[in-house]
Design a protein around this ligand. Structure first.
Ligand code: FAD
Length: 466
């Protein structure tokens, strides 16, 4: 397959989906690419086709609306499609994609990256024990296959997601052993003014908490999971009261959901030369982009959580803004939507992000034998040893120890490693950028990257003169 479009969009979540719908109205040829089986992104993830019927939720309703609108539009949607490399050649964007195990190219005049976010898990002893899954990862299980993480689950983490996950576990018939959240009630009180901007979401959140209280599930405010017990499988957790610095209750469970906020997926933007800056209020390192998506790189636009964690409502609204902006830049007359609804939604989203930021008191729970880089089985002690020999950047730790070079490409460990470098060297977090991203952006079979070739055609370098 080799195709040419006016606009290529990577990511069919709320941001990319709405950008596509907004741009295609101007008669432009728009292609939407996503590795998932259907549009919807993380938050509006589609149910697996093997599930015949399931009660509707606000997320599945919103996802169905987006999927229907895309199906009825002129947008070309390639699902199950990984974008693994992007280059700029002859004023065109050239995207390498992998679909049905075959690599091919897509060309476009403009490119919108709507690559979303991934979750951050602050490692604690036992976090790699089977039975422990990510908090955001758990939502993928519920939404896609209505599967529970276990029978009796400790749900632990920061921000609102912890209450959503606990309430979904109950709705699907599981037991919540406890909710353990490092946030205190005071943390929540601080974000009340921003919460008032989205009363419907606040009401929904209040119902989640009320349901847990009625079910008698303990909510440990200001506590963290300090250790997951069990060898072959999780059998429970130990907790820590963060304010008092004392041990909290131990809780028996066969599964643990653990998560501490989201990190923007910036690798594609960074690889294409968009400057990045450190902004903790937006989830860490973010690429430079205007609210309407423009970046300092010509023809390249960004929207959604991939350019700062502002949440689902802001992601969709920004997608609409960006789609219209790109259409105008390509010479079409497209309406200029107001920025205000996006600004309002972004304020709410950022307040939720503020609750979810990594906390230094959780880092203190780490031990030296803790695995930080799961792909390469590197412990905290291994990384510290590398830093202490002079590796003062994530790139240096990567070259020295292969951290960030496994299948996850550093998605799990790079921010934890950056924090450790900051601690050991006394540098500021803003002076420790993520490692240089390189293709493939997503794992692909090596043969697809090499393409078709004949060994006889390979240039063989002449022997070096003696
Ligand atoms: C695992 C997870 C679960 C979440 N669950 C919730 C929730 O239940 N409720 C809530 O309010 N918020 C949730 N969030 C936050 C939520 O994702 C965002 O606020 C919202 O979805 C952002 O929309 P987006 O369009 O910017 O990104 P996303 O919805 O993340 O969409 C980005 C899309 O880009 C695709 N993509 C990225 N890179 C590539 C590539 N190289 N090739 C092909 N496709 C690519 C991804 O497959 C994804 O579908 C979750 C986040 C995560 C990471």
């Amino acid at each position: 397959m080799s195709d040419s479009f006016d606009i290529a969009i990577v990511g069919a979540g709320p941001a990319g989906g709405h950008a596509a719908l907004s741009a295609v109205k101007s008669g432009l040829r728009v292609v939407l690419l996503d590795e998932q089986a259907a549009a919807g992104g993380q938050v509006w993830r589609c149910k697996s086709t093997s599930i015949v019927s399931a009660p509707m939720t606000p997320e599945s309703l919103a996802g169905n609306t987006l999927r229907k609108a895309l199906a009825e539009s002129a947008v070309t949607h390639h699902h199950d499609t990984r974008v693994w490399d992007i280059r700029r050649e002859d004023d065109q964007w050239q995207l390498q994609i992998l679909k049905n195990a075959k690599s091919s190219q897509i060309h476009a005049r403009s490119l919108i990256l709507a690559t979303g976010a991934r979750e951050h898990v602050q490692p604690v002893p036992g976090w790699t024990t089977p039975g422990v899954i990510g908090l955001a990862g758990a939502t993928a299980l519920f939404k896609q296959s209505l599967t529970l993480p276990g029978k009796r689950t400790v749900v632990s983490g920061t921000g609102p997601l912890v209450f959503y996950v606990a309430s979904e576990i109950r709705r699907l018939g599981g037991t919540v052993a406890a909710v353990v959240t490092p946030n205190s009630r005071t943390d929540w009180a601080r974000v009340l003014p921003a919460m008032a901007l989205q009363p419907k979401l606040v009401a929904r959140g209040a119902l989640w908490v009320a349901d847990l209280m009625l079910a008698g599930a303990p909510i440990l405010w200001g506590h963290a999971v300090s250790r997951v017990s069990g060898h072959d499988h999780a059998t429970g957790v130990a907790t820590r009261n963060l304010a008092r610095g004392t041990d909290g209750p131990s809780i028996e469970a066969d599964s643990v959901c653990l998560g501490h906020g989201l990190i923007p997926n910036i690798e594609a933007a960074q690889m294409l030369g968009v400057p990045i800056r450190h902004d903790p209020a937006l989830g860490g390192w973010v690429p430079e982009a205007e609210p309407d998506g423009r970046t300092p790189v010509e023809g390249l636009y960004l929207c959604g959580d991939g350019c700062g964690i502002r949440g689902v409502t802001a992601a969709g609204l920004q997608g609409t803004l960006v789609g219209a902006r790109v259409a105008r830049d390509l010479g079409k007359s497209s309406p200029k939507p107001s920025l205000r609804p996006w600004q309002r939604a972004a304020r709410f989203g950022q307040a939720m992000t503020a609750l979810s930021l990594p906390r230094p008191d959780l880092e203190a729970l780490s031990t030296d034998d803790l695995i930080l880089c799961r792909c390469e089985s590197l412990t905290r002690a291994d990384i510290i040893a590398e830093i202490d020999t002079g590796a003062a950047s994530t790139n240096a730790v990567k070259s020295g120890r292969r951290a960030c070079m496994g299948p996850c490409g550093g998605k799990y460990c790079q921010s934890v490693i950056a924090t450790l470098i900051a601690d050991r060297t006394g540098k500021d977090a803003k002076d420790i950028p993520p490692p240089t991203p390189r293709p493939p952006l997503r794992p692909i079979p090596l043969g697809q990257a090499a393409g078709a070739f004949d060994y006889d055609d390979l240039p063989i370098p002449k022997p070096a003169p003696l």
